[in-house]
Write a protein that binds this ligand. Structure first.
Ligand SMILES: [Fe+2]
Length: 448
C-alpha cells in the first residue's frame, strides 16, 4: 500500500527519543538521577557532572521570550575550546555581503544546485545564496543550500551568529547535538539554536537542502488571531530530542562561526557530553505534513502570511525579521476568483525553495531543489501559462496535490553572493516567463 504523503505518520504516539511541544520547559536525563531536582546548581552534581547554563536570550528578557537551558555535563564547555585558528569557509558568507559586481535587483530562479565529487560535510558543503541585514548587529538572515555527502567525524560545529532552520530536500541527516539526537529527512524541518554544538552525520546521501540562518530573535509560532487556538502549526507536533551523550576521549575539532568568521579549535574529547538537561532552549524538529493550512473557502485569496509556519520577530510589531511560509497540498474551492497567487510588489524579500512537486504559480521551471528570489519591491506573479490556465479554468473544487514549497521572507533586501550569481545554475531566461502576458485592454468594456 502506498502512503498518502499529505498525511503525517500513522498514530503510534510520539516517536521514541523525542518530547512533544514548542518552547516547553523540558527535562530529560540519559542516566537515572543525573538531573538535580528542586535546584539548578547543587554543591555537587550526581555522577561528578558539572552544571552549566546555556542562555539563548539576555538574562532579563521578558518571561515568555526568555530562553535558557541547564546542562549537566562530563566537562564544562570551557574544556571544549582551546586556542582558535582562523579557517576559510569560502562558500559560507554572512551579511553584510554586498558586492559591486553582482546585481541583486532582478527576479531570479535557479535549478537545483548539483552535487560535486568532493566529499563535503554539512558545514563545508554550505553554499550561501543570499544575505540580508547584518550579522554583527544580529538582524537579518542568510539563505543557504547545503550539499552533504560526508559525515562529520570527530568534528563538531556551532554558530554563535545564528540559529539554523534546516529544510532537507534530498537525503537524510542525523544531528548529534549536545542536547540529543535529531533524525531529519525531507518533509521535516529542524531548528538548531545559536551556540548549540553538534556534528552532522549523513545517514542517506547525497543530502541536499536549504538553510535559513537567522541572525536575530529566535523563531516562534505566529499568533493565529481570529483563527483561534488550532490549525496551522500546532505546538505538539514539534519534537525535541531526549538527552544523549558521547563519552569519547579522542582528538576532536570544534569549528565556530563567530561574527561571520570561522575558527577551529582542537580538543581531546567529544564536546557532546551533556548527560541531563532541563530548560526551554533546545533543538527541535517538525513534520511539515502535520501543518494544517487555512485558506479561502468562498472567494478571493488571502495574503500568503496565512501559511506562516514560524516567524522570527524584528522588533517592529507585525514586520518579521523572517517568516518561514509553507505552500503545501490543499483544496482550492474559491468561486469566481483567480486562484493562484496574485501579481504583487512587496516590501519584504522572498526566497522560495521547492521541496517536491509543482508550484501552482509556476507550473514549469521551478524544479524540486530549485530556488527563486523576488526581492524587495520587485514585481512578480504567475507566469503566462498559470495566468491563462487559472483565468479560464472551470472553477470546481480541485485539490492541489503533490506540492510542497516554502518561502524565507525577510523585511531586509537579500543580496546575491558570487556563488548565486556565477556558479549556481541560474536560469538566464527566468524573467521571460512573463513575456507572453499580452495586453488585453482595448478600451471596450467587457470581460476578455
Ligand atoms: Fe510574492
Amino acid at each position: 500500500m502506498t502512503r498518502d504523503i499529505t498525511r503525517a505518520r500513522d498514530s503510534m504516539g510520539t516517536e521514541p527519543g523525542y518530547m512533544p511541544g514548542f518552547g516547553n520547559d523540558f527535562e530529560t536525563e540519559a542516566l537515572p538521577g543525573a538531573l538535580p531536582q528542586g535546584q539548578n546548581s547543587p554543591q555537587k552534581c550526581a555522577y561528578g557532572l558539572y552544571a552549566e547554563q546555556l542562555s539563548g536570550t539576555a538574562f532579563t528578557a521578558p518571561r515568555g521570550q526568555n530562553e535558557r537551558t541547564w546542562c549537566y555535563r562530563i566537562r564544562p564547555s570551557v574544556k571544549h575550546v582551546g586556542r582558535f585558528e582562523r579557517i576559510d569557509m569560502p562558500y559560507w558568507k554572512s551579511a553584510p555581503h554586498v558586492r559591486d559586481d553582482v546585481i541583486s535587483l532582478g527576479q531570479y530562479r535557479w535549478d537545483p544546485v548539483p552535487h560535486s565529487d568532493a566529499p563535503l560535510t554539512f558545514v563545508t558543503g554550505m553554499r550561501t545564496m543570499t544575505t540580508a541585514g547584518d550579522v554583527n548587529t544580529q538582524v537579518g538572515m542568510a539563505a543557504h543550500v547545503y550539499l552533504a555527502t560526508a559525515s562529520m567525524q570527530a568534528e563538531y560545529f556551532y554558530s554563535a551568529d545564528s540559529e539554523l532552520l534546516v529544510v532537507p530536500q534530498e537525503g537524510a541527516l542525523r544531528f548529534h547535538t549536545e542536547l540529543g539526537t535529531i533524525d531529519l529527512a525531507p518533509r521535516e524541518i529542524a531548528i538548531l539554536p545559536r551556540g548549540l554544538v553538534y556534528r552532522v552525520e549523513v545517514t542517506s546521501g547525497p543530502a541536499r537542502g536549504f538553510v535559513c540562518e537567522n541572525y536575530g530573535q529566535t523563531f516562534d509560532l505566529p499568533g493565529r488571531g481570529p483563527i483561534g487556538a488550532n490549525c496551522m502549526a500546532n505546538p505538539r507536533d514539534f519534537k525535541t530530542p531526549v538527552a544523549a551523550f558521547e563519552d569519547r576521549e579522542t582528538p576532536s575539532s570544534v569549528i565556530v562561526k563567530w561574527c561571520g568568521q570561522f575558527h577551529r579549535t582542537e580538543i581531546g574529547h567529544s564536546p557532546l557530553d551533556v548527560v541531563a538537561w532541563h530548560g526551554n532552549y533546545a533543538p527541535v524538529k517538525y513534520d511539515l505534513t502535520t501543518y494544517s493550512p487555512v485558506g479561502a473557502i468562498l472567494f478571493d485569496h488571502p495574503d500568503p502570511s496565512i501559511f506562516t509556519v514560524l516567524t522570527a520577530p524584528s522588533g517592529q510589531e507585525g514586520t518579521a525579521n523572517i517568516d518561514f511560509v509553507l505552500f503545501r497540498e490543499r483544496w482550492m474551492v474559491a468561486e469566481h476568483s483567480f486562484r493562484p497567487p496574485w501579481y504583487h510588489k512587496n516590501i519584504m524579500s522572498e526566497l522560495m525553495g521547492n521541496i517536491y512537486g509543482q508550484y501552482d504559480a509556476k507550473p514549469q521551471g521551478f524544479a524540486p531543489g530549485g530556488i527563486s528570489l523576488h526581492n524587495m519591491m520587485l514585481p512578480h506573479g504567475p507566469d503566462r501559462d498559470a495566468f491563462e490556465g487559472a483565468s479560464n479554468a472551470m472553477l470546481k473544487p480541485e485539490k492541489l496535490d503533490n506540492t510542497m514549497s516554502f518561502m524565507f521572507e525577510t523585511r531586509f533586501p537579500q543580496h546575491l553572493t558570487e556563488f548565486a550569481a556565477r556558479e549556481a545554475p541560474l536560469q538566464d531566461d527566468y524573467a521571460e516567463c512573463w513575456n507572453g502576458l499580452e495586453k488585453k485592454f482595448d478600451g471596450t468594456p467587457g470581460v476578455k
